[in-house]
Design a protein around this ligand. Structure first.
Ligand code: C5P
Length: 225
């Protein structure tokens, strides 16, 4: 049994990819199974937290006792997270959010026009969910502890530290390569203001339990509600 380090805390986790429609049958997405975020939601629940899981399109069962909200696009994920964050103590951004979306999704299936020229798609940037919430009043006052993720192909420690500063979060979690997409295990690098700390290769659930413990000990003392 896991120690109940998060009793009385409300934890928001987002997970999985987002899907940005091009037309009714096509879209742009990121590779992400959602397994890491779902494992984190489960571990936070086991630690006694009240957990909200905002999930992009994934094929995973909802962890027991977790409130799940399914979304499709980055914008829907942004709105769901913003609403839930207002009543959360912790936000863990494990989702692989698409950085861009087609400027305008076509209402009908785009046809080949016979010219041999593919359609020119225009893109616009999606909101950065983590950076926006981390710069919000709740996070800046210390009421919302934000945790980001980074997947880098090289120089993870340096990139993760830079990303931590850019996003404005106290804790950033780096996925140590090689790519862990869809795998059941992972290896993490925690980056905070003191430096880096490695969590050696283990199952995503075991790592999530360690991560939850690391987050719990960084939280300000719980206030009575
Ligand atoms: O900038 P990059 O996408 O590499 O940062 C990854 C972190 O930022 C992850 O925690 C991811 O969930 C979050 N993110 C976000 N909104 C975006 C892009 C990334 O919340 N539009």
């Amino acid at each position: 049994l896991q120690p109940k380090r998060l009793v009385g805390r409300r934890v928001l986790v987002n997970a999985g990819p987002t899907f940005e429609p091009i037309d009714p049958v096509r879209g742009l997405t990121n590779l992400s199974s959602g397994k890491m975020g779902f494992a984190i939601a489960r571990a936070a629940r086991e630690a006694g937290a009240q957990v909200t899981l905002v999930a992009g399109p994934v094929a995973l069962p909802t962890p027991r006792g977790v409130q799940r909200l399914d979304v499709r696009t980055a914008f829907e994920m942004f709105e769901a997270c913003q609403a839930a964050a207002a009543a959360s103590d912790v936000f863990i951004a494990a989702a692989a959010v698409a950085d861009w979306r087609p400027l305008q999704a076509s209402g009908h299936k785009i046809k080949k026009d016979g010219s041999g020229r593919p359609p020119a798609l225009q893109f616009t940037e999606n909101p950065d969910i983590l950076a926006t919430l981390a710069q919000g009043e709740r996070a800046r006052s210390g009421a919302l502890f934000c945790v980001g993720f980074a997947a880098e192909s090289h120089d993870l420690a340096a990139h993760a530290q830079a990303k931590r500063a850019r996003k404005g979060v106290p804790l950033l979690v780096g996925n140590i390569g090689p790519q862990t997409f869809g795998q059941d295990d992972n290896q993490l690098l925690l980056v905070d203001e003191h430096g880096t700390h490695e969590l050696p290769r283990a199952s995503k659930l075991a790592l999530s339990r360690q991560l939850v413990a690391e987050i719990a000990r960084r939280l300000p003392p719980a206030t009575l509600q």
